[in-house]
Structures are given as structure tokens and as C-alpha cells.
Ligand binder design. Structure first.
Ligand SMILES: [Zn+2]
Ligand SMILES: [Zn+2]
Length: 243
């Protein structure tokens, strides 16, 4: 009886609020799925071999680290990402972030969990920490996309989300518009510790996109200075192999 009720409720909801596909942005077909089966095939899921540090695809396993991780300071212990940040995912994330398609996070989180759930559980994290956005961006958008993701992942993992572990102090320019030196200056002091204590905790830092790793590194540094034991990254998208 309960099952029938839930099924009925979901059907009614999907008629009233049809779910959109994170790839074609149309109503998902067949109804009840989070992504159209054909659209799922268009996603370039991250394949081995990957960088031992950030989880970006690399040309050969012997290289061990991607271009950025082999040259820059890295304090996170490792990371996983779902898909390569190509045109398909760029469009998906743009809608997720700027067009209010929060529902896309349902698929991102589920797909991350299906691929990496076992690995993530073995790391025994204490909490998920979303990369914070500046409050002015948050009020424009009404939500922090990383927090929406973290909330959904937290349900699969059965651990809390700590949105208060980090604060964004500075509104930064998108890193992609800047040169190397500027990128570091741009992020200097951009993040700080929040009210949520992290001492001794193993945390997963959650974000929608990982490109150069500078944001992840800046957040990791703050978390470790605040006493976190370790930081591991969970990202939806990651830059293409540039090695
Ligand atoms: Zn589709
Ligand atoms: Zn890397």
C-alpha cells in the first residue's frame, strides 16, 4: 500500500514538475529516470589512469600525477571526479549553477555514488564540506551549488554536511581569465575558517568543477590549519588531461 502511494505521488509530481535531463535539458525520457539513457552515453566519464592526487585523467599510469599536481603544492590526500569538463558538462553545469536546475545535482550525486561509493566509504570521512560561494553570488542564485551536491551525497553516505567549516571572504574573478601568478593572488585570503570546528576530522571537500586545483588547494590549506586531519576531494567535473 505504502509503495503504491509513493509511486502515485512520484508520478503526480513528475507530471506537475517534470524533471529535466542534465545533458539535453529537455524533460527526461522515460519518466522516472534522472537522465535520458541516450544522453548518459554522451557524458565522458573519467577513466583510468588518473592522477594520484586530484583524480584527473592522465596519459599513462607511470606518470602518476597530472601536470598541475606534479608542479604545485598539494595538501589534499586525493580526489575523485565524475566526468571530464567538456562541452556537454560545461553546458550542464552552467544550467545547474545559473539557471536554477538544482535537480541536476540528484543525478550528479547518484552517479558519483555509483562509481565511487565503495572507495569513498573506505575513507571513513566525518563530514562533507562544500566549497563556499561569496554571499553576493549566493543571493543572486539563491543557492550554493556545491552545498546542494554535498547534501545529496551526504544522504548516500550517512554523514553530515558542514557548510560552516569554510567561509568565502572575497569575491574572486573566475580563475580561467587569469594568468598563473594572478591566480594565486586572486585566491589569497579568499577562504577562511568558519564556525564549524573541524579538528581531527577527515573531510571531503565538495565542488562542481575542478580545473587548476587552486581553489581546492586554498580551501584545503584553511581546513588543515583549522586542525582537520585530512582532506579528500569530490568533484562533479574535472579539467581535461593536459599532460
Ligand atoms: Zn536527455
Ligand atoms: Zn592532479
Amino acid at each position: 500500500m505504502e509503495g503504491k502511494k509513493i509511486e502515485w505521488k512520484e508520478r503526480t509530481l513528475s507530471v506537475l514538475y517534470p524533471r529535466r535531463c542534465p545533458v539535453c535539458h529537455e524533460i527526461v525520457s522515460p519518466v522516472g529516470r534522472l537522465i535520458c539513457p541516450d544522453c548518459e552515453k554522451k557524458v565522458s566519464f573519467v577513466k583510468e589512469p588518473t592522477c594520484l592526487r586530484c583524480g584527473k585523467e592522465i596519459a599513462a599510469a607511470e606518470i602518476e600525477y597530472c601536470y598541475d599536481c606534479s608542479r604545485q603544492e598539494r595538501s589534499f590526500v586525493g580526489g575523485v571526479a565524475l566526468a571530464v569538463y567538456n562541452d556537454v558538462m560545461r553546458a550542464s553545469i552552467r544550467q545547474f549553477k545559473n539557471k536554477g536546475r538544482i535537480e541536476y545535482a540528484d543525478w550528479y550525486a547518484k552517479a558519483l555514488w555509483e562509481r565511487y561509493g565503495e572507495q569513498l566509504k573506505r575513507l571513513k570521512p566525518d563530514a562533507l564540506v562544500p566549497v563556499p560561494v561569496h554571499r553576493s553570488r549566493r543571493s543572486e542564485r539563491g543557492y550554493n551549488q556545491a552545498q546542494e551536491l554535498a547534501r545529496r551525497l551526504a544522504k548516500y553516505m550517512g554523514i553530515p554536511v558542514w557548510p560552516g567549516a569554510l567561509v568565502r571572504r572575497k569575491k574572486t574573478v573566475a580563475q580561467k581569465y587569469l594568468g598563473l601568478g594572478e591566480r594565486e593572488r586572486n585566491l589569497e585570503g579568499a577562504f577562511g575558517p568558519g564556525r564549524q570546528p573541524v579538528k581531527g576530522a577527515a573531510v571531503f571537500l565538495v565542488d562542481d568543477i575542478y580545473t587548476t586545483g587552486n581553489t581546492a588547494q586554498a580551501c584545503t590549506r584553511v581546513l588543515l590549519e583549522a586542525g582537520a586531519e585530512s582532506v579528500f576531494l569530490v568533484n562533479v567535473c574535472i579539467g581535461e588531461n593536459d599532460g
